[in-house]
Design a protein around this ligand. Structure first.
Ligand SMILES: [Zn+2]
Length: 118
């Protein structure tokens, strides 16, 4: 993905678009040894710098794992978003708390006395 961004930004039209996007968002693309990174430009407050850092991290996660690695927690009523970093890519819950809560609920359902027993 970094190579395609470099090729795209070599085009003068895209360079202007990247400049305008950077000015609008308070960020710019920086070519680092680790690849292209999105960096906050000066004058941003802490929330603005955090937003830029989050966008940079999400772009790298998207490039590395694809959109299928982003999900929404399957635990009711939680609807937190998560990034699946498991090897198999089959994560369903946002955290261990939701995973344990849903496992406990499933256990209780399996071991609930039937109406005939009560
Ligand atoms: Zn959750």
């Amino acid at each position: 993905m970094s190579k395609s961004i470099l090729v795209a930004t070599a085009n003068p039209f895209n360079q202007q678009a990247a400049k305008e996007l950077g000015e609008a968002t308070g960020s710019r693309l920086v070519d680092t040894p680790a690849g292209l990174r999105l960096a906050a430009t000066g004058g941003r407050d802490a929330v603005g710098r955090l937003a830029v850092a989050l966008a940079d991290a999400m772009a790298h996660a998207l490039a590395a794992g694809g959109a299928d690695r982003f999900g929404t927690c399957a635990a009711d009523p939680c609807r937190c978003a998560y990034l699946d970093r498991t090897r198999g890519g089959r994560q369903r819950y946002c955290c261990e708390l939701c995973n344990d809560r849903m496992a406990a609920a499933a256990y209780r359902r399996r071991h609930r006395p039937s109406p005939a027993e009560s």
